[in-house]
Write a protein that binds this ligand. Structure first.
Ligand code: ADP
Ligand code: MG
Length: 402
């Protein structure tokens, strides 16, 4: 049996017309002799009737426990899975809809960001062995107490990768509204290019630095079990992007993926920068402790003898201000920042990457607020209004269009 997981994202399942294309992708897989297990996201984006954000708006500004929020959010995937199952059943396919729990996905009770603790694929295997095409709700699981849980934003990608790993699938196909992983978000860079193949490590970096086309957790799960991921469009027949370990993908044993100095440019909005003056080593510890206790994660951290500079998510701005003021710190907060990153698995030890980035941004009159680098990425903090210019300019400077 050649098992594959096919995951369809929000835009792919929104309209009847789009769902016809989805059915077409599933039928094509069946025709090629694959045994598909389907995973779906909720329909559409904010404003669409049954989208996750639309469901959430029903209880906006109300006091409701995280558990209830998760029970509500799970409805979006249930609706879309039933509707897709119906479209398949209409075509004569035995397509049972399964909730995450019915598909055997067990999680802890960390509502909103639940972790998978176990996957029991027995029921899925029985179904596929009997020729069925299960349609599984993405983004959700069930706790040992029977409570529905959600896996965090981008959680349907996680469901697909986790099922692919547990089922030992030949590959996991992630269908979305772009032709694959691109050198930058095509919504910003018109001439961004689709990457044919990319390593798990590089795509993980791209995803962590903001390329929302695939969730980094999903990449980690697939990498751990060496399950290839293929990112494809529901709306075209383009071959898509293959994500795998070096040279392991079936068709090309001789072909190695060579990590590039610069593979892609990403951005993350919704960041603010904090500067705290007059600190000593003890108060530095206090600052990071109090933020950690509040569950606020920090990034782009620069510690100087008497000064601290770091960033946090915009959503934590007021909590951080209150907590740090209570400890008597003199905090300056710069809101409306964004992080733009150049990602490339091969940049380690290559001189001049930072120089190119700085020269490019200076040439375009963009103010650099902070920088940080790792072996595989260099990130620059800038004002959110500069994001589009910066991403396009860096894409040009690193010749990513080719
Ligand atoms: P889905 O609902 O199918 O999960 P998402 O909206 O989560 O789709 O992800 C697809 C979107 O990711 C694209 O429409 C694109 O704008 C955006 N995106 C951001 N960075 C990239 C990138 N480097 N390559 C491709 N798409 C990207
Ligand atoms: Mg997505």
């Amino acid at each position: 049996m050649r098992l594959i997981v096919q995951k369809f994202g929000g835009t792919s399942v929104t309209t009847g017309e789009n769902r016809k294309l989805v059915v077409g992708k599933i039928l094509a897989a069946l025709k090629e002799g694959f045994t598909p297990v389907v995973v779906v996201s909720a329909m559409g984006r904010k404003g669409d009737n049954y989208a996750t954000d639309t469901l959430l708006s029903l209880v906006e500004n109300m006091s409701v426990a995280k558990r209830e929020i998760d029970q509500l959010m799970c409805c979006g995937e249930m609706i879309s899975a039933v509707v897709l199952a119906a479209a398949l059943q209409t075509r004569g396919i035995d397509a049972p809809m399964l909730t995450g729990g019915q598909a055997g996905i067990y999680t802890d009770e960390n509502y909103g960001e639940a972790g998978i603790v176990n996957i029991d694929v027995a029921r899925l295997l029985t179904l596929v062995n009997n020729g069925a095409v299960p349609v599984v709700c993405g983004f959700q699981g069930v706790s040992i107490n029977g409570n529905l849980t959600t896996l965090g934003r981008g959680g349907s990608d996680t469901t697909a990768a986790a099922l692919g790993a547990a089922l030992n699938a030949e590959r996991v196909e992630i269908y979305t509204d772009v032709d694959g992983i691109m050198t930058a978000d095509p919504k910003i860079v018109g001439d961004a290019r689709v990457l044919d193949r990319i390593s798990y490590g590089e795509v993980c970096q791209l995803a962590y630095q903001g390329a929302k086309v695939i969730h980094p957790r999903a990449v980690e799960i697939a990498m751990h079990r060496n399950v290839p991921l293929v990112i494809k469009s529901t709306f075209s027949d383009a071959p898509g992007t293959v994500i795998s370990a070096f040279g392991m993908y079936e068709h090309d044993n001789n072909c190695e993926i060579i990590d590039q100095v610069a593979t892609g440019i990403t951005y993350l909005r919704g960041i603010c920068q904090l500067k705290i003056e007059n600190v000593d080593s003890n108060s530095t510890v206090d600052v990071f402790n109090v933020l950690a206790e509040r569950g606020i994660s920090v990034d782009l951290i620069n510690v100087y003898p008497e000064k601290l500079v770091f960033t946090i998510g915009e959503e934590h701005k007021e909590a951080a201000r209150t907590e740090l003021a209570a400890l008597g710190f003199d905090v300056r907060i710069m809101a409306d920042c964004a992080k733009v990153s150049v990602v490339g698995g091969g940049m380690r030890g290559v001189p001049g990457v930072m120089a190119t980035i700085i020269a490019t941004l200076v040439e375009h009159g963009i103010t650099i607020l902070q920088t940080v680098d790792s072996h595989t990425s260099i990130s620059v903090l800038l004002k959110v209004g500069d994001v589009e210019n910066a991403v396009q300019a860096l894409h040009d400077s690193f010749n990513l269009t080719k």
